[in-house]
Design a protein around this ligand. Structure first.
Ligand code: CTP
Length: 396
């Protein structure tokens, strides 16, 4: 069976790859093939190369890079190499391999093999279809695991009974694909998945965090997270973690806060991912379990502190701009955005935080002040007056 690669640019690039392979056999695999067969556009090109003698994925990547006069980025740990076409398309190369899992939760040992073995080692049948890009077989589909039938039947199906125990990140992946494509998880696969949930415990924090960050990139985050929670996956990750029961509301509110921030503060002012982590309401034990960076954890803690403080000291319309400034200045922008909508926070984010003091310490010293706490107080008094005046001037 032949597959038509509709995008003429991608087709041309893949044909170019096929022309430099010599005796090697290259195939596009994974998400690109799945999406192409579903009629969706994809630019995520993974090429698997059946090695021949000393030629393999790495050497093919190097030949192409020489031809296109670009650099190869080799990732020795994973045996992969990335080449970016000068017109802007990135291709990942890897040598066909089979994998052996010696211990659950850790990465497998690999050895070079044939494309069919390489497809059988994969997560789900829909991700285990290959399209040949060798010049003599361009477009030929290889589907040893019946992935095309599962695409047509809208099913996520594992290829063997140990798939989830070998690699329990596949549990997250199954839920992600099933929700994204509105596919069913095939009955046997669902049973295997449920009985492997305990295998999430030994997974490293980094691997789980990566999976959650990939969920953040989906359009249907709420559904995926709710399914994770219902299956007991949040608790398998960390017994103290419970997804808030009103997570859907929280998430949608945070999305509108992000939109507000994009519109009023510009793109680079805040880190959207920090806000997404805030919405998950992770207790500190779970933050540690997921090995969140110290910087991110600090922001999550400070957000909680702000939430507590706002309960006891709410912002009021009677507050002067200088009071609002003093109250909100210590908090990171993400923490403030997460507490929108509040007119005082909006006022601070849009206007007050942009105002620069018109007098510095050196100016006051030049006026005869000596450094010390009184100078600091005088500086603040001056700045507070300035804030109250400028803010009033701009609104009038
Ligand atoms: N894969 C796997 N097991 C995993 C991760 C990946 O078998 N735990 C295989 C699948 O064949 C997958 C391919 O590696 O298709 C590439 O993985 P990835 O880039 O994570 O997924 P995509 O299929 O490209 O899907 P997405 O659209 O989510 O990026």
């Amino acid at each position: 069976m032949l597959c038509e690669i509709a995008n003429p640019f991608i087709r041309r690039i893949l044909q170019e790859v096929g022309l430099v392979t010599g005796s090697m056999r290259p195939y596009v695999v994974g998400g690109f093939v799945r999406d192409t067969l579903m009629g969706k556009e994809s630019q995520d090109l993974d090429v698997v190369v059946e090695s021949s003698g000393s030629h393999n994925g790495m050497t093919l990547a190097q030949s192409l890079a020489d031809k296109w006069q670009v650099d190869v980025r080799a990732h020795q740990d994973f045996g992969t190499a990335t080449v970016s076409h000068p017109e802007g398309l990135k291709i990942d190369f890897v040598t066909a391999r089979c994998e052996t899992y010696t211990q659950a939760g850790v990465l497998p040992t690999v050895k070079f093999s044939h494309i069919t073995d390489d497809l059988w080692r994969r997560d789900f049948s829909v991700n285990a279809i290959a399209i040949s890009i060798s010049s003599d077989q361009f477009g030929q589909i290889l589907d040893p695991t019946n992935g095309i039938a599962d695409l047509a039947g809208k099913r996520i199906r594992v290829l063997h009974a140990e798939s989830f125990t070998d690699d329990s990140t596949r549990i997250f992946r199954a839920l992600r694909y099933a929700t994204r494509f509105q596919f069913q998880i095939e009955t046997e696969t669902e049973k295997l998945m449920q009985s492997a949930i305990d295998r999430i415990r030994p997974l490293s924090g980094t691997r789980i965090r990566n999976e959650i960050e990939r969920i953040f990139q989906e359009a249907c985050v709420v559904k995926i997270m709710q399914r994770l929670s219902m299956l007991g996956i949040c608790q398998a990750i960390c017994p103290q973690w419970q997804l808030p029961s009103d997570f859907e509301n929280i998430w949608h509110n945070f999305q509108s806060h992000l939109e507000w921030a994009g519109h009023h503060l510009g793109e680079d002012v805040l880190n959207a991912e920090v806000l997404l982590w805030m919405a998950l309401n992770l207790p500190s034990t779970s933050q540690e379990r997921l090995l969140l960076s110290g910087r991110l954890r600090k922001k999550l803690t400070v957000r909680e502190e702000l939430a507590q403080r706002l309960l006891y000291e709410p912002l009021t319309p009677a507050m002067r701009p200088s009071q609002i400034y003093q109250f909100l200045k210590p908090y990171p922008i993400e923490a403030l955005v997460s507490h929108l909508p509040q007119p005082q926070i909006e006022q601070y984010l849009i206007r007050l935080r942009q105002i620069k003091p018109n007098k510095t310490g050196s100016d006051l010293i030049a006026d005869g002040w000596t450094s010390g706490p009184e100078l600091a107080q005088a500086l603040w008094k001056n700045f507070a007056r300035q804030l109250d005046q400028e803010a009033t001037r701009k609104t009038s």
